[in-house]
Write a protein that binds this ligand. Structure first.
Ligand code: SAH
Length: 349
């Protein structure tokens, strides 16, 4: 087991303190410093003796992320952070303000292995998975920086959360812990490109988590062209698991569909999509694709998107076009890290 303290549940932290011969009440104090007061350094824990703080920082390191860059949208006050991890890796998070409160979009990995053709996170390659505490730290650092309570989370940043399953589940356990920030599982969405066996594992957990599926195409022929994961887990197999998830959790599945001009936005695609989703407790989120410098895809026209929605709605499928936030600050995943890595190579600050 990794010894980084921010990734430990209260039980594990208590056991680790016992092993180190530290009094039990200290475990509660330190856990609250970490998960309620969002301390980013042992030296902030003023009711913990200095000698103990030093011992803890040596034996149970506290890995938190630092703000390397922050961009605030002039259009809608969306905030994008580029965070630097303790080992110098970068990940991105975005905070958006909605009527119901602040939502953070967090990353689960440094880079991504999934290779979706339209996605910037893939371009920089895969580096590593994040620890549970490193996912938490994105939220904690943003909340402290903004001075605002973040009430909703989407696991929709860089990386594939179900390719980092154990750490993501631990993150969910910690963030919903009543001894910590106690965010409701109902306020959390996990977005996946469709790793079916892990979706099935999630079904067995019976969580009140919202599942978002990056579908982007209704047929295997088309989906495999833009999303390599489809070669392993084809559309019908994925949708079977989704139906089961919705039936067993009574949670509405959210399907993400990036509109790529001339690729997946035809009337036929809309009709096929509607027929495949018929009868499922679900919602389709249409997003005109964000243009990524290195990729050939262009967003569908406004009229095309409207027509697509119309066909879905006529066929009884709930669909809306997602509001675009932060379009002036490269707020879609992977874009900022990609720039940062390039700038570093060029020696630009
Ligand atoms: N790996 C997970 C979560 C990260 S991606 C997943 O695939 O769901 C978050 C969402 O952004 C996904 O729906 C992804 O398909 C979408 N996305 C990636 N690049 C995009 C782009 N250039 N324009 C619009 N959406 C994009």
């Amino acid at each position: 087991m990794s010894r980084d303290i921010l990734s430990m549940t209260f039980g594990e932290l208590t056991d680790a303190f016992t092993e180190l011969g530290i009094q039990k009440f200290r475990a509660k104090q330190v856990y609250e410093w970490l998960h309620k007061h969002l301390a980013s350094d042992y030296d902030e824990m003023l009711n913990i003796p200095k000698s103990l703080r030093t011992e803890l920082s040596e034996k149970l390191p506290l890995y938190t992320c630092k703000i390397a860059r922050k961009q605030v949208s002039k259009l809608d006050s969306t905030v994008k952070y580029l965070f630097e991890m303790h080992d110098g890796d970068f990940v991105e998070s975005v905070v958006m303000k909605y009527k119901y409160g602040y939502t953070i979009c967090v990353s689960s990995q440094v880079g991504c292995k999934m290779g979706c053709a339209f996605c910037a996170s893939t371009l920089g390659g895969f580096k590593r998975s994040l620890l549970p505490g490193e996912i938490l730290s994105q939220l904690y650092t943003a909340q402290k920086d903004l001075g605002e309570r973040i009430s909703h989370i989407v696991l929709m940043g860089m990386g594939e959360p179900l390719d980092n399953y154990d750490n993501v589940l631990r993150f969910l356990e910690l963030i919903t812990d009543e001894k910590g920030l106690n965010i409701s599982m109902r306020n959390i969405s996990l977005s996946t490109c469709g790793i079916v066996p892990k979706i099935n594992d999630l079904i067995d957990k019976h969580l009140q988590l919202t599942l978002s599926i990056s579908l982007h195409a209704p047929s295997d022929e088309l989906r495999s062209r833009i999303m390599p994961v489809n070669n392993k887990y084809p559309v019908d197999e994925l949708l079977r698991s989704c139906r089961k998830y919705a039936a067993e959790t009574s949670r509405r599945i959210s399907f993400e569909y990036a509109m790529l001009s001339g690729v997946n936005d035809s009337d036929e695609c809309a009709a096929l999509l509607a027929s495949k989703l018929r009868g499922m407790l679900c919602h389709v989120n249409l997003i005109p694709v964000n243009e990524v410098a290195e990729s050939p895809f262009k967003p569908s026209s406004h009229d095309r998107v409207e027509r697509f929605v119309e066909i879905l709605n006529k066929n009884g499928i709930n669909a809306t076009v997602r509001r675009k936030l932060g379009s002036d600050i490269d707020a879609s995943c992977g874009q900022l890290r990609q720039k940062e890595n390039k700038n570093r190579k060029k020696g630009v600050e």
